[in-house]
Design a protein around this ligand. Sequence first.
Ligand code: PMP
Length: 410
Amino acid sequence: AEGLDVAAIREDFPILEREFNGHDLVYLDNAATSHTPDQVVDEIARYYREYNANVHRGLHQLSQEASIAYEDAHDRVAEFIGASGGREEVVFTKNTTESMNVVAYAWGLAELGPGDEVVLTEMEHHAALVTWQQICKRTGAECKYIGLTEDGQLDMDDARDTITDDTQMVSAVHVSNTLGCVNPVSDLADVAHDHDALFFVDGAQAAPNRPVDVEAIDADFYAFSGHKMCGPTGVGVLYGKEHLLEEMDPYLYGGMMIRKVTFEDSTWNDLPWKFEAGTPVIAQGIALAEAIDYLDDIGMENVKRHEERLAEYAYDRLTAMDDVDVYGPSPEQGRTGLVSFNLGDVHAHDLSSILNDYAVAIRAGDHCTQPLHDRLGVAASARASFYIYNTEAEVDKLVEAIEGARDLFA
Ligand code: PMP
């Protein structure tokens, strides 16, 4: 079949029918957060209307129904990312950022010390960069960065030089939220593992847009957020290999995560509950499983092709404009779902607010990658990012709005 049935998909997202400033909404800020289809909104409402209850500890009917749905949601996520260990390998968190912090605190504080290295890439999101930077400061470990090639991709030669026997952790984005490049994560896993380092993949921009198989990558940890993939805010995922999660101490303490507590000491619950202290993200977790059903019905290979086609079209249209600078690799080199750019000397914030006059919603700023923007030599950029309901006609509207902005600033 040729492409997605975008018209049918759009019917599931009534928010896309909004109009303002005399224009139809063109929502191109999906890398920040995607919209939520009716199926997922309905699932959240159904939970609260029909079986809202706390999980794990209740013996009454509602608690049992909520527990089964919540626990099954972990299995559904495991299946989606190819984690054969099932729910034991899937921890629900608040978002990608928290997933990163769970490992940084639980594993990093215990394992890192002077002489150890954590290797990141220059394109890391602050979620990874700031977290590992600060954990390194606290432990005396050193943070190192893998650089980029001239054309804005990860420099794998530099990766092989930077990762050494002192490296304990390598953390890399699967897809860059600024450059749109797709990193060779299974090659990076090989390099990390050759040096007995662990490998953490930030999949916040990959899990929404392409099939992910954590075991084919051989990732030790893999993190992503529900709100970027048709799910609600407030739920993220931390995948970890079972033996690693088993060996790690908890990050948060409290109820639900314990087995036996005395005044003197405590022991921990089974995986994954050991890492889910307190009342967990019940409604959000159940809704994330519904979002995954929604995406799987479309087919992640189809989602990927749609994203790549829109990114290529936008790249071609934007690079055809003489005064537009586009960052990151060409579509032929591998690019997905988003395009970051600047229009001449116009500040991205100004551009974005002019585009809003056309009801075109894009991102402007540093996209939580300030050091990468320093490398690119710009303070900020504009970013258009796509999802399953976007069309080439919307990319045309983006270009028209940029042309309108250019006339205004000329
Ligand atoms: N990593 C990447 C690559 C991202 O794009 C984002 C979202 N901007 C995050 C991490 C953080 O996700 P969240 O804000 O949901 O924790």
